[in-house]
Design a protein around this ligand. Structure first.
Ligand SMILES: Nc1nc2c(c(=O)[nH]1)N[C@H]1C(S)=C(S)[C@@H](COP(=O)(O)OP(=O)(O)OC[C@H]3O[C@@H](n4cnc5c(=O)[nH]c(N)nc54)[C@H](O)[C@@H]3O)O[C@H]1N2
Ligand SMILES: Nc1nc2c(c(=O)[nH]1)N[C@H]1C(S)=C(S)[C@@H](COP(=O)(O)OP(=O)(O)OC[C@H]3O[C@@H](n4cnc5c(=O)[nH]c(N)nc54)[C@H](O)[C@@H]3O)O[C@H]1N2
Ligand SMILES: [Mo]
Length: 761
């Protein structure tokens, strides 16, 4: 199949009619037009449900339709009228389903009954919930607690997450990896070291007060489109936006508001980025060094000439450590090195510094383009260095803004989902629930994969997620996964991780957050934390897909009760029938954040957690905000020397997917249609490598361990990228990422700079 026969890339601004058409297409295909349309009226409203898509902030005064194309697709995907009932497995064996495309698996519909794998018939068969809980409990009791892994994808609520971490710890392990381990963990590590909080410090109010925004490696039009409303408002006030991204992403270029009749009917789109720099993948530390170098040079001149300072000297003196060493480092670094590593010119970076120096309050947004690198933590800390130079943390309109992924990924960390014992209030939990929590370090996602490969891990429970597709090194992972003793998937839809299963395997289907969750005759609500640290209540509005589904809290309680029995002081039944009781316990564990949780959760716009860095209180080792010197500007100091045919592959999402959930094979914004097995390369590199547009090629990883990692059947698509960089899709390219190729301090797989060769077929 030839993707991208005719290049129609960049014809559209993001949003606009194309966006509405795309939503309608999904609604019709999922046969969910009426239910979804009704549900959408309640999406992200103070009395409604919080979108199951991204984690962008929900305003106190929402638009009449506070959703975007991506959010509407995510809702339609859950509201589908298609069903995977037990008769589905009467028609299809697991071996047969393994031949299906990932898209077709999820598109089969909502799973409606708990099921157990039956090896004799090679099918999943329906079981009673009680029997499932009892057998899972028996399996867990038969192994060492540290041989079990309790993964969480970032969608589950604060209540579910709190119960899940407590269960794992009472059972005896800190093996609580979550999707953050593949995502913003570089942010959590980097920001905590630098400013003493692991999350962004801005709120929606800051958009009205900022006078410049940076965008590093985040694709707003696809991955957090509701944010385009705030960006558009800021642009209409004349606020410049400076973007660093190897691809000219349409959502970062311009936007037509699909909810504004005048914009929809006139040709005018709002320009989003006022400067766009196509940095090389992995070149951000170098680019930021260049900006800082120009800024500090201007400051040195000002000092010599007696002019006004360019850096915020008073802030630096009062609030930071490490400035002198950092300034010496950037003065010393050559422009030649900066230009070759970033792919950007001295002139361009000096232009950025000039614009930055004119702004009084600056926000820096960033995403996976910074965090998913060997030096992902350093990248985040370089953003902090840049902000600290001009006092841009802890004042209105300024601060770091990591844009989180899943709708509650940040919140799960807040309520104790972490493999790092130091980050969980273990003493408090011990006192509150009268047990001795394990104190040893648990496994991150990468550690858990290593444990599965080595045979140390025997059981993997997934609260959401699709690990065999989302993690690196697929060809090593899949065979190892099949050797597990126990796999349990708490899920809404069928996915690859249910087919690549352990000896004993269960699929436990749960309610979606969009659905009415009635327990003991009372409609329950849950809560989550958005990207700006605000907590929101969420109440389902739609009729459940089946009356055999249980809620996530009820499933976690069921497994916990069966596994822990009298060892636990908790009345799991009571919790699963009244989530307000769980919120009371959360408030007791973290009173500063969650006091009066049950009342405050319905505050319009959410209630904000206290963040010391916002008040310029620095909970770091030095008690100040900390500059660091980069270890190196090269994107991967540990890779073998390259030859001229080595390329850097970065993996991206399309507008038709939510992580491993693929809604369609089209990538409308990038103009690629009908196939995701593509490799985007610029015309110069196509010629240099002796390839041709639309040629069939293989990608082969340049691996440090000598193993061959290869993906065949890719099509070359000419694309506007920096020299030496190629782009492909997540998760199709995941077999190419060595498990060891991850961020040094945070272990986030380095999915944005994978050394590869492109080989003609
Ligand atoms: N519709 C939709 N929404 C989503 C998701 C989804 O799959 N679909 N996923 C959710 C999740 S879990 C997450 S984490 C977020 C992810 O949202 P993002 O953080 O936007 O992640 P990506 O789409 O992986 O890539 C981000 C951008 O980084 C750029 N990039 C790649 N390498 C580099 C680099 O070295 N430097 C710079 N400066 N840029 C680079 C890419 O071109 C791309 O535009 O979105 C969330 N929202
Ligand atoms: N190469 C490459 N790899 C990457 C990335 C990348 O950019 N490039 N990004 C990484 C990132 S940022 C992330 S966050 C991970 C994501 O990795 P995962 O967390 O493993 O995957 P998801 O695709 O988010 O999970 C999808 C599944 O969750 C289940 N699900 C959906 N809704 C619900 C619900 O309400 N409840 C429950 N219990 N289950 C539900 C469905 O069964 C669905 O199939 O992937 C990472 N992997
Ligand atoms: Mo993510």
């Amino acid at each position: 199949m030839t993707a991208h026969k005719k290049s129609d890339a960049y014809r559209y601004a993001s949003g606009g009619w194309g966006s509405l058409r795309a939503v309608a297409t999904v609604l019709l295909k999922e046969e969910a037009l009426v239910t979804t349309s009704r549900a959408l009226a309640h999406q992200n409203k103070p009395d409604g449900f919080m979108c199951v898509g991204c984690s962008w902030a929900k305003p106190a005064h929402p638009h009449p339709f506070e959703f975007c194309e991506s959010g509407a697709k995510a809702t339609a995907w859950d509201m589908t009228s298609k069903r995977v009932a037990p008769d589905f497995f009467e028609q299809h064996t697991v071996s047969e389903l393994e031949q299906w495309h990932d898209h077709a698996l999820e598109d089969a519909g909502r799973i409606v009954a708990p099921m157990r794998y039956d090896a004799i018939t090679d099918r999943y068969v329906e079981v009673k919930w009680e029997r499932a809980f009892a057998e899972i409990a028996r399996e867990l009791q038969a192994i060492e607690p540290d041989a079990a892994v309790f993964y969480t994808s970032g969608r589950a609520s604060l209540e579910t997450a709190y119960m899940y971490q407590l269960f794992a710890r009472m059972y005896g392990t800190n093996n609580l990896p979550d999707s953050s381990n593949m995502c913003h963990e570089s942010t959590s590590v980097g920001l905590t070291e630098a400013i003493g909080v692991g999350v962004g410090t801005i709120t929606l109010d800051d958009f009205d007060k900022t006078d410049l925004m940076f965008f590093f490696g985040q694709n707003v039009g696809t991955n957090s489109p509701r944010m385009l409303h705030q960006l558009q408002d800021a642009r209409l006030r004349g606020v410049p936006i400076i973007t660093f991204n190897p691809i000219r992403e349409p959502g970062l270029v311009s936007f037509v508001n699909p909810q504004s009749p005048t914009q929809m009917l006139t040709p005018g789109a709002t320009q989003i980025s006022t400067q766009y720099h196509q940095v090389k993948a992995g070149g951000d530390s170098a680019a930021i060094t260049g900006i800082c170098k120009a800024l500090i040079a201007a400051d040195d001149r000002a000092l010599a000439e007696g002019g006004p300072r360019v850096v915020d000297a008073a802030f630096i003196a009062a609030h930071t450590v490490g400035y002198e060493a950092f300034a010496a480092y950037v003065r010393e670094m050559s422009w030649e090195k900066i230009e070759s590593t970033s792919g950007l010119t001295r002139e361009a970076l000096t232009g950025v510094a000039d614009e930055y120096a004119r702004a009084n309050a600056v926000i820096a947004h960033f995403g996976m383009g910074l965090t998913q690198h060997r030096l992902g933590v350093q990248n985040v800390r370089m953003v902090v260095n840049l902000l600290l130079l001009r006092g841009n943390i802890g004042k209105p309109g300024a601060g770091p803004s990591p844009i989180r992924g899943h709708s509650n990924v940040q919140g799960q960390r807040t309520v104790g989902i972490t493999e790092k014992p130091a980050l969980a209030p273990l003493d408090k939990l011990a006192e509150q629930f009268l047990f001795e929590p394990p104190r040893n370090e648990g496994m991150s996602t990468v550690d858990a994969c290593r444990g599965v490969i080595d045979g140390k891990v025997r059981a993997v429970l997934q609260l959401g997620g699709n690990l065999v597709r989302s993690v690196p090194d697929r060809y090593a992972i899949e065979p190892a996964w099949r050797k597990l003793r126990l796999t349990v998937g708490i899920a809404t839809k069928l996915n690859r991780s249910h087919l690549v299963h352990g000896e004993v395997s269960y699929i436990l289907p749960c309610l979606s957050r969009i659905e009415i969750d009635e327990r003991a005759g009372v409609a329950q609500a849950v809560s989550m934390e958005d990207s700006t640290g605000c907590m929101h209540g969420s109440r389902g509005v739609a009729t459940p897909a089946s009356d055999r589904l249980l809620s996530e809290p009820a499933i976690v309680a069921g497994i916990a009760q069966a596994t822990l029995g009298t060892r636990s002081t908790i009345d799991w039944d009571a919790w699963s029938n009244d989530y307000a009781l769980v919120r009371d316990e959360i408030a007791c564990t973290w009173p500063e954040i969650f006091h009066d949780f049950n009342e405050r959760m319905w505050t319009p716009g959410g209630f904000h957690r206290p963040l010391p860095a916002r008040e310029r209180k620095w909970k770091t080792t030095s008690g100040k905000a900390e500059f660091i010197m980069p270890e190196t500007l090269d994107e991967d100091p540990d890779m073998p020397a390259r030859d001229a045919t080595d390329m850097r592959l970065f993996t991206v999402r399309s507008d038709s997917q939510f992580n491993t959930t693929i809604y369609s094979l089209d990538d409308r914004f990038r103009g690629i249609r009908g196939s995701r097995m593509v490799v985007m390369i610029n015309a110069r590199d196509i010629a240099r490598l002796g390839l041709a547009a639309h040629a069939q090629v293989s990608l082969e990883a340049v691996s440090p361990d000598g193993h061959t990692r290869r993906v065949d059947g890719m099509e070359v698509v000419p694309f506007d990228l920096p020299d030496g960089c190629v782009a492909g899709y997540f998760p199709e390219c995941n077999p190419l990422i060595p498990l060891s190729h991850h961020a040094k301090q945070s272990k986030v797989p380095a999915a944005k700079a994978i050394p590869v060769r492109v080989i003609a077929a």
